[in-house]
Design a protein. Structure first.
Length: 251
């Protein structure tokens, strides 16, 4: 074939386009799988962090494998619950990813939310001493982007065992402090009920009173993010409340 002909040029260009497209598609699929694996690992690690587990992940030679092993060891059950507190079919882990949490938050934030569409993830963690705690995801809007996290409760369904929070875009040194242990550790031991009524946890600008059962210190300079997190926790716990009440009644 004449390499200087128009026909050759067209055929050559077409073949090159097909080859490049195939390579790009292969790379995209390969990266997509790795990216999803990383997202899954970060979610598992955050869930474990809410019960003070998985601290060795960042030092592990294979982080993904380490986190998955720890998750499978300690997270002994997971399921979805509806707005009436009943268990329903579905994949709890998929809905615990940020995309899944956002889908449920989008329902919650409507003026008249259709609660029949809500399905909320619950994770059961069995600790080394045999005791069980349950983990509840939360999601909301921070100052500059979404904030989310995981709050664990002891088997009295009232006392917070642990918590971890994350964000996308909050200001470093200010609102971003919600992701630090100094902030999240304040939740340990707090109560979400008072006299049978759900009160959740309140952030207090200027410092919570010593010994308060339901209050923690707001972040200095990050009051808006602190309030946003407070609202997110309260909102999600209100939707989890029917489930919590059923569990308490069955104890």
């Amino acid at each position: 074939m004449n390499t200087n002909s128009n026909t050759y040029t067209i055929i050559y260009s077409t073949v090159m386009v097909v080859i490049v497209a195939a390579v790009l598609a292969y790379v995209s699929v390969s990266l997509s799988g790795k990216q999803q694996a990383n997202v899954n690992t970060e979610t598992r690690q955050s869930i474990l962090s809410s019960v003070n587990l998985g601290q060795g992940a960042d030092e592990a030679s294979d982080k993904n494998a380490y986190v998955e092993q720890e998750f499978n060891k300690y997270i002994t059950d997971s399921y979805l619950v509806d707005a009436q507190g009943n268990k329903v079919d579905g994949d709890a882990f998929s809905l615990a990813l940020t995309a899944g949490l956002k889908s449920q938050y989008d329902i919650m934030k409507q003026a008249n939310p259709d609660v029949s569409k809500l399905t909320l993830p619950v994770f059961v963690c069995t600790l080394d001493d045999g005791s069980k705690v349950e983990i509840f995801p939360i999601y909301g809007a921070g100052l500059w982007g979404p904030i989310w996290g995981y709050v664990s409760l002891k088997d009295d369904y009232n006392t917070i065992y642990g918590a971890t929070f994350l964000h996308k875009g909050e200001t470093p040194g200010l609102g971003a402090e919600i992701a630090t242990p100094n902030f999240s550790n304040q939740f340990i031991g707090k109560s979400i009920f008072d006299g049978g009524s759900l009160v959740s946890v309140t952030v207090v600008k200027g410092g919570a009173p010593e010994g308060s059962a339901h209050e923690i210190d707001a972040i200095s300079g990050g009051t808006i993010t602190s309030r946003a997190l407070e609202n997110a926790i309260r909102q999600w716990l209100e939707y989890y409340e029917p489930y919590l009440e059923k569990q308490k009644a069955e104890r």
